[in-house]
Design a protein around this ligand. Sequence first.
Ligand code: RM4
Ligand code: MN
Ligand code: MN
Length: 433
Amino acid sequence: MSFRLTDALIAEANAPSAEALADDYDHLGNQLARRGADIEALTRHAMAFRVAVPSWGFTTGGTRFARYPGPGEPRNVYEKIEDCETVNRLVRVTPGVSLHIPWDTPDRPAELRASAESRGLFFDSTNSNTFQDQPGQRLSYKFGSLSHTDPAVRRQAIDHNVECIALGRQLGAKAHTVWIGDGSNFPGQSHLRGALDRYIASLRDVCAALPADWRLFIEHKLYEPAFYSTVIGDWGTSYHCARELGPQAFALVDLGHHAPTVNIEQIVARLIQFGKLGGFHFNDSKYGDDDLDAGSINPFQLFLVFNELVDAQLEGVRAFAPAYMLDQSHNVTDPIESIATSAGELVRAYLQALLVDREALHAYQERNDALMALLTLKQAFTTDVSPILATARARSGGAIDPVATFRLSEYRAKKVQERPAENQSTAGMIGIV
Ligand code: RM4
Ligand code: MN
Ligand code: MN
C-alpha cells in the first residue's frame, strides 16, 4: 500500500493552531463587518473555488539547461495522481487534473480514471504536444505542426489532437487545450498570412472531432521556441481563430505568455466582453514564459485579473464560465508544496477581488476620481484574508497550513522509499532529443 495523507494526520497537524485561527478569524470578521462584508459568505466562496492542477507540474521541470530531479518524484502518471490527491487533500480546491499528452498518456486509461475517481479527483482537460518530436515519430515538427507547409505534417498533428480528445473522452474530460510552438526564426522564413490560414484549416478538422459538450482552448504565446514570429502570438490572433472556429472554441490566457509590460487584465476584460474567454493557465513571470508560482512575482496583477473576473461574474456577463488551470514549472521547490501554495494564492486573489466595494468604485469611475478609484482597489488588495483561506481549508477537511502539514507528514521521504529512482534524465530541454 502506498502512503497517503490521512484525515487523521491533517486533523492532528491542525489542532495546535485551531484556537489562534479562530481568534484571527473573529477579528477579521469584525473588521470586515464594519466595511459591510460578510466573512461567512467569503468563506463559502473560498470553499467553492476550483482550480485544476497540471500533470506535468508534479516532477521538477528544469530549464533549457538542466533538470535536477527531486528524490521521490512520481515516475509515471499513476504516481502523479497520488501527488494530485495529496495536494487536494491539503487545500481541497484542486480536484481537477489537466493531462499533457503524450507526456502523461496512460497505458490503462480506465484504470487511471478509476484511480482518480477513488481519490476524489477528475480529469478536466487534455493538452496536446506538437512542439516536440516523440521517439519513432514519422514526420518532424522542426518547421511547425498544425501550420506546417507540408499537408502530411499537418495531418499528423491533427490526428494527434483528435487522439487526445478520444483519450480525454475515456477519462471523462470536457476540454482540450492546443498550444503550438509554430513560427519562424528569420524574417522571410514563413509566409505570415499563409501560416495562419493553414493553422485555422487544421483546427477546423480538430473541432470536427469535439464532442458537443466539450470546449477547445486556443493558447497564444508571444515567442519561444520561434524567435522571429509566432503563429498564435497574441490574444487578438487567438480571438480571431476562436471566432472563425465557432461556438466551442475559446481563447486561453496563460499569464506568462505576454511581453512584460502588457496589461493582461485588460486582455481578460476584452475576451470576457467578446464572449471568448475560455480560461487560464495561471503562473507568474518576471521576464517571459517563466512558469513561476502564481502570485510569487506580481500578486497585484493577479488580483487585477480576478477583479475583472469577479466584476463580470457579478454582472452576469454572457457565456462566462472560464476554466482555471495552473501551468507552472518547479525547478527549485517541491512541486507539491508549490502547487498547494499557488492554489492558495489564487483563492487569495479571488477573495480580495470579492472585497472590492464595487458600488464605490463605479461612482469614482463615473466622477473620474482616479485616486479614490485606485484606493478602493488597494483597500481590497491590502486586506489580509489569510484567516479566511485557512478556515475555508480546515472546514473542508484540509490543512490550516498546507506546507507545514505536508512536511510534518514526511510524505516525500515515504515516497523516496516507494519510488526508487529510475533512469531519470537530468538534461534540460537542450538535451532532449
Ligand atoms: C507552453 C504552454 C503550454 C504548456 C507547455 C508545456 O509554453 O504554456 O500550455 O503545455 O508550455
Ligand atoms: Mn500554458
Ligand atoms: Mn507556457
